[in-house]
Ligand binder design. Sequence first.
Ligand SMILES: [Ca+2]
Length: 82
Amino acid sequence: MSLTDAVRIVSEVFKKYASEDQQKDTLSPDELKKLLKAECSKKGTDCSSKLSEVMKRLDNNKDGQIDIVEFGTLIGMMAKRM
Ligand SMILES: [Ca+2]
C-alpha cells in the first residue's frame, strides 16, 4: 500500500462521518464521538482519552469542528500508539 492509498482511506473515513450533518467538510463533536466509538474498538487504537480532551487537542482553530487537516492530528496520535 502506498501513502496515497492510506490518505485516500483516511479521507473516506473522515467523509463517511463528516457527512452525517449539514456541515459535510467538518466533524462535529457528535460525529467525532461516533467515529471514535466505531474505529477505536479495533485493535491497535487508543480510546482511553476522553472525547472532550481529544476534541481540544484536535481543534486547532477552536471553531468546535474538526476539519480534514485537524483530523490528521488524530491519525498521528493513533499511529504513535501502534
Ligand atoms: Ca476546527
